[in-house]
Design a binder for this molecule. Structure first.
Ligand code: ADP
Ligand code: MG
Length: 407
């Protein structure tokens, strides 16, 4: 088994939290990561979003199909009414950039989630702009839908579709008492759906989008546990032309951050693949990416998992105890193999998201029936020893044929 994971070195030491520096927005021109078709918003960024702009819909031209997309605007008064003046009992949660409330918007006759960004000047404003830009341009069943926004005065609020089942983090790490834990089939469905959302960002968006903040709390769950990626405020447009990476300040969450990105600030699509691998490991093991309540050596999930990856007999030890042994042995092996490849130290050895989607879609399609244990035999989808294909190999987008991933 050990030979299947030649590139797995010793894990990084666990760290607490990265300093949340200001997100970087590519300037309107001359930047490695510029999105030519989005100049409207880029200009708004440099003008710091004038109040008048908030009263008009932002209309963007989507680079691939020239679709005109409008993001709806709401007044602060409307959003205050929708949340009964941001009452505490409407609070859904709180993150690094502000609070999220549940509300009902009469004008659109819809239950929504409203995120009120902290009014901490430029940082929140940039996050707000990137989020509106990204979610106005990008549409996929596995990305959360932005209904609109409010930029009245110094208020910055984002209005999303309400995701009734909360976040993956809630289900894995903070389950409501007495509520059933996620079963194996649901976990694979969530993993496959989240991978599809990331595939859209990496392979369908043009230029590609590096998500940069993939973690369980940003995977929201809709009816039937349909997962949707949320929080695009840190997203970056990927390298274009012959560039191999985007250089940027290190942002994100410790435990999810690829080691080469944390150390050099060089961001590639493979940084997201690492974060995806961490999320997949959390889905399989039920452990947090960083858990300071655990024994030394078990606090960093990847560092804990690496030695175990080398011995297939140890795989059952890695399954979430909350599954009570109800998982397919072969499916567990395959899912762990995918996770192991994603979290490899060497970014070039990590798979492309398209290959991850293929593997996880297959795993999700193999419905596990606890009554018929070990009844199916999954073919070997991806061998951890196989060098990862590059985007060039895949030849999915001839436009980026010269692009190479590098750490
Ligand atoms: N669209 C939404 N629908 C339902 N709940 C949401 C939505 N967006 C966010 N939440 C909840 O609010 C919490 C805080 O979200 P957020 O501010 O993005 O911070 P973080 O991602 O760090 O948890 C989430 O963990 C989630 O439980
Ligand atoms: Mg979030």
């Amino acid at each position: 088994m050990a030979c299947y994971f030649p590139c797995l070195g010793s894990g990084r030491k666990s760290k607490k939290k990265l300093p949340m520096e200001k997100p970087q927005i590519p300037p309107a021109s001359g930047d490695k990561a510029n999105l030519g078709s989005s100049s409207t918003l880029m200009k708004q960024d440099s003008l710091e979003v004038k109040r008048e702009a908030a009263n008009k819909d932002i209309v963007l031209s989507n680079g691939s199909d020239n679709r005109r997309i409008a993001a709806r605007t709401f007044t602060f008064r409307e959003l205050a009414a929708a949340t009964r003046n941001f009452r505490t009992d409407c609070l859904l949660g709180e993150g690094g950039f502000g609070r999220v409330y549940k509300g009902y918007l009469e004008s659109v006759n819809q239950v929504v989630a409203i995120k009120q960004l902290d009014r901490n000047g430029l940082q929140g404003n940039r996050e707000f702009l990137v989020e509106v830009l990204m979610l106005s341009l990008l549409h996929h069943p596995n990305l959360v839908n932005l209904i609109g926004y409010c930029a009245d005065g110094d208020q910055r609020l984002l209005v999303y579709e309400y995701m009734p089942l909360g976040s993956l983090e809630d289900h894995l790490h903070d389950p409501s008492p007495g509520k059933a834990r996620l079963d194996w089939n649901t976990r694979m469905k969530i993993a496959a759906g989240a991978a599809k959302g990331l595939e859209y960002l990496h392979d369908k968006a043009n230029p590609p989008v590096i998500y940069r903040d993939l973690k369980c709390s940003n995977i929201l769950l809709g009816e039937g546990y349909q997962p949707k990626l949320s929080d695009f405020g840190l997203a970056k447009l990927g390298p274009i032309g012959d560039k191999t990476h985007v250089s940027t300040r290190v942002m994100g969450t410790y435990g999810y951050c690829a080691p080469e990105y944390a150390m050099t600030g060089q961001l590639t699509l493979k940084s997201d693949i690492y974060s995806f691998g961490v999320v997949l490991l959390e889905i399989i093991t039920g452990r947090r990416a960083i858990d300071n309540t655990r024994a030394a050596g078990e606090q960093n999930l990847v560092a804990w998992a690496r030695p175990l990856f080398k011995d297939r007999r140890k795989f059952p030890q890695m399954a979430d105890p909350a599954l009570h042994g109800q998982y397919p042995s072969r499916g567990l092996y395959q899912a762990l193999a995918v996770a192991a490849m994603c979290v490899q130290e060497q970014p070039t050895m990590r798979p492309l998201i398209g290959d991850v989607v293929t593997a996880l879609t297959y795993l999700a399609s193999q419905t596990y029936d606890p009554e018929a244990r070990g009844s199916h035999q999954a073919p070997c989808l991806m061998s951890p020893g196989t060098p990862a294909r590059t985007r060039r190999d895949a030849e999915r987008k001839p436009h980026y044929a010269e692009q190479r991933e590098s750490g």
